[in-house]
Design a protein around this ligand. Structure first.
Ligand code: NBG
Length: 817
């Protein structure tokens, strides 16, 4: 494929020119934010031709396109990544240097595009990077939230949410495309007319509507000239309220339309693995899905005649159940606008839509009350109702009289519309995101569906893009790798396997340790600047960064730190290797237990960090506002990767892969993709502890776990738990952490004490952590394991994942430029 050429002189000229025309300034006068914009526009100039050529080549080749439908795209910053994928990072940095500008400083001016919560949204972003790099035709379809994921401030130890006005200074990479505006209708009622052949034709009337206006963002492939598109939709009122309302006397309706447009894309719901059931959320879902599906059909019809072959050129991948309304929406368009019969539309839709499941957490399952759903989307509801009616007939044929099957599998049941059931029944593919997760889906959560449609189920273990999480995030390590095995790993991560021969080489071990040390110095600076805490880069950096959720068990981590601190206090002369425990996590705004856990971490940090008697041997740091851009610094600087979820609960995890790629050793349970990580690197090069998934599931089904027994038997556990309620960490309010204490021991407040088996795994975790420290003390041995982790991380590239989606689900051909 044609490699793009980066024109350094043109780039410099255009930076100077942009500063002048945008701000009427020269380089010396402009501030860094202005320089950022000028540089970003100069980079965009170098992208545009590739963008146009890619689309042209897709159309000329009549290539099938995948539409990755997702409520979330956690893109992070674009500038550095775009320059990297232009293969021009060093040239661009030099060019700017000649203008007296530091590329790194300029990059730091860019706000993260935080249009996602956590793993699910970041996975979508990695997938786009891989799709473009592999040269497959793809659109990401999402929402242009006015406010993305909130910014987190820590005030007095508590999380405070601050709006993320990421578009405040504009977004230089986006392109508004009003010519592709689509109208999206809500509410009203359906009517029908019967034609001469007895067929009913449905129409929605008395509705309110909004215009969906697309903004396109370029997604660059690495060094191949391919530029795909992330299309995010903004909402605009259909008619300008001021012009229309008074003449028509329809004041109320005009105001409502304007409000609908204003509210619909206002903010991302900050829930990860949790479904809140808000009406506005369903509006958001239908809004971007209707616009995306309408445009996909319109685009297809521009170059094709036969709508019955739509699925030969289009695939919709539904990122979790959030975009599932794509199924009835496509049915609607095919029947009501293209005159297909039900059977024809059903066939095309079924062959177009595929669903990815990302969780087994019950609280994440989307179920909408019929009343709400049918009021907001009357025609869509009608279609779902018919899908359900027909499916129940099939169920009855297969399992006559089996009420239990209906209870579990019906799409509409007990007053609710169940989106996962709709996605499974209607689409042609259902995939989990790690091998263990898919097995749990098949054998437990979705067992009935697996029996009914075994051919639909498949696994696609998640992956991450090495372009962002190694090449950009860890330039020292990236260069070291390239020096040893060449640069092919950038687009073929399995090449890292070639590093295995260096694991025992003393010089290589030393080099890898040095690189880690430098990255720890870089992170220590960030921590000093942002937290005001001094941390010693020679201590072990033991890191847990991810969303705050009970099942991820940050509480287990901090309780263990409290335990270690107790031991050190009891015996100040004990042999104790210095450790820095680093946390980063946002909690959903309404998730009380999660927020209390943040408060606990900060309170413990306060006490320990200020206790002179332990000589700084333990430091605890909570990094404020964990997000993609600071994650890049954190992974590169980590020694230990904490992946300690209750086994069976973490569908995959992707942070685990980012740590591994950067040479951290995994401390984890056999959950999600950890299972496959250990399989790749070998048990002796990772530290696994705790209950297995089947043991957890067994306790959940049959009971038999009594946390109070552990409390009574284990004096160390008892001491730590008592410190939650005796004011040790919160002298001003001894009840501050009582709810955490209760969640572990009290059966009154929750249906089950210690739902996430924290006390059950406590001892095993303590032991595993100690063993790791012993490994660390032997520097050479640690370096060996670290190199092996890097060398064995090849499987976890999202390039591999995407190729599997292409082979098994999407069946795409590559674009030829
Ligand atoms: C998350 C899982 C993670 C997984 C990502 C990406 C949701 C609903 N699920 O384990 O919790 O890595 O999806 O698949 O956010």
């Amino acid at each position: 494929m044609a490699a793009p050429v980066f024109d350094k002189e043109l780039f410099k000229r255009s930076v100077i020119y942009n500063v002048k025309t945008l701000y009427r300034k020269n380089i010396e006068e402009a501030n860094t934010q202005q320089i950022f914009n000028a540089v970003a526009y100069a980079v965009k100039d170098q992208i545009i031709d590739g963008w146009m050529n890619t689309q042209k080549a897709q159309e000329e080749g009549d290539l099938k396109i995948v539409y990755y439908m997702s409520m979330e795209f956690l893109m992070g910053r674009a500038l550095g990544n775009n320059i990297i994928n232009l293969k021009a990072y060093k040239e661009a940095a030099d060019a700017l240097d000649e203008l007296g500008i530091s590329l790194e400083d300029v990059e730091d001016e860019e706000p993260d595009a935080a249009l996602g919560n956590g793993g699910l949204g970041r996975l979508a972003a990695c997938f786009l990077d891989s799709l473009a790099t592999l040269g497959y035709p793809a659109y990401g379809c999402g929402i242009r939230y006015r406010y993305g994921m909130f910014k987190q401030k820590i005030v007095d130890g508590y999380q405070v949410e601050v709006p993320d006005n990421w578009l405040e200074n504009g977004n230089p990479f986006e392109l508004r495309r009003p010519e592709y505006t689509k109208e999206v209708k809500f509410g009203g009622y359906t009517t029908f007319e019967t034609d001469a052949f007895g067929r009913n034709h449905y129409k929605q009337e008395g509705y309110q509507s909004v215009n969906a206006v697309p903004y396109d963002l370029p997604v660059l492939g690495y060094g191949n000239g391919v530029v795909n598109t992330l299309r995010i939709w903004d909402a605009q009122p259909v008619e300008c309220f001021k012009l229309s309302s008074f003449d028509k006397g329809d004041y109320q309706k005009a105001v409502e339309q304007e409000n609908l447009a204003r509210n619909i894309v206002e903010v991302l719901y900050p829930n990860d693995n949790h479904y809140a059931g808000k009406e506005l959320r369903l509006k958001q879902q239908y809004f971007f899905i209707s616009a995306s599906v309408q445009e996909a059909v319109a685009k297809y019809m521009r170059d094709h005649k036969d709508i019955l072959k739509f699925h030969e050129k289009v695939c919709f991948q539904l990122n979790d159940t959030h975009p599932t309304v794509a199924i009835p929406e496509l049915m609607r368009i095919l029947m009501d606008e293209h005159n297909l019969t039900w059977e024809e539309a059903w066939e095309v839709t079924g062959k177009t839509c595929a669903y990815t499941n990302h969780t087994i957490m019950a609280e994440a399952l989307e179920k909408w009350p019929i009343e709400l759903f049918s009021r907001l989307l009357p025609r869509i509801y009608q279609i779902i109702d018919e899908i359900n009616r027909r499916f129940l007939i099939e169920l009855e044929e297969r399992y006559p009289g089996d009420k239990e099957k209906v209870r579990k599998m019906a799409i509409i049941y007990d007053g609710q519309v169940r989106m996962a059931n709709l996605a499974i029944v209607s689409g042609f593919s259902v995939n989990g995101v790690a091998r263990l997760h898919t097995e749990i889906l098949k054998n437990q959560e979705l067992h009935d569906f697996y029996e009914f449609f075994p051919e639909k189920f498949n696994n696609k273990t998640n992956g991450i893009t090495q372009r962002r999480f190694l090449l950009h995030a860890n330039p020292l390590l990236a260069d070291w790798i390239t020096d040893h095995i060449g640069s092919e790993w950038i687009t073929d991560l399995s090449q890292l396997g070639k590093l295995k021969i260096y694991a025992d080489d003393e010089r290589c071990q030393q080099e890898v340790l040095n690189i880690k040390y430098k990255n720890k110095v870089r992170l220590a600076k960030y921590i000093k600047a942002h937290n005001g805490i001094d941390v010693d880069p020679r201590s072990i950096f033991d890191v847990q960064v991810k969303r705050l959720h009970e099942y991820k068990r940050q509480l287990l981590n901090i309780l263990n730190i409290m335990y270690q601190y107790n031991k050190l206090k009891e015996n100040p002369s004990m042999d104790y290797y210095p450790r820095t425990f680093i946390f980063g996590a946002k909690a959903a705004a309404g998730y009380h237990t999660a927020k209390q856990t943040i408060k606990l971490i900060n309170s413990v940090a306060d006490v320990i960090n200020n206790d002179a008697s332990i000589n700084g041997k333990i430091k605890v740091v909570f990094i404020e506002d964990y997000k993609v851009s600071n994650a890049e610094l954190i992974f590169a600087a980590s020694d230990i990767s904490e992946q300690i979820s209750t086994a069976s609960k973490e569908a995959s995890g992707t942070g685990n892969m980012k740590f591994m790629l950067n040479g951290a050793i995994t401390l984890g349970t056999l959950d999600g993709a950890n299972v496959e990580i250990v399989e790749e690197v070998g048990e002796e090069n990772a530290m696994i502890f705790g209950l297995k998934a089947n043991e957890v599931i067994d306790y959940e089904i049959h009971g038999g776990y009594i946390p109070m027994e552990i409390f009574n038997q284990d004096a160390d556990v008892r001491k730590v738990l008592m410190q939650l309620i005796n004011g040790t960490y919160c002298p001003g309010n001894i009840d501050e952490f009582r709810s955490l204490y209760n969640s572990l021991l009290n059966t009154q407040e929750t249906d089950r004490a210690d739902r996430y088996f924290i006390l059950k795994d406590f001892r095993a975790y303590c032991d595993a952590r100690e063993t790791l420290v012993n490994w660390y003390k032997d520097g050479r041995e640690w370096a060996r394991k670290s190199i092996l982790n890097i060398a064995c991380s090849g499987k976890f590239s999202s390039d591999r994942t995407i190729q599997e989606y292409v082979n098994d689900i999407w069946h795409l051909r590559k674009v030829k430029l």
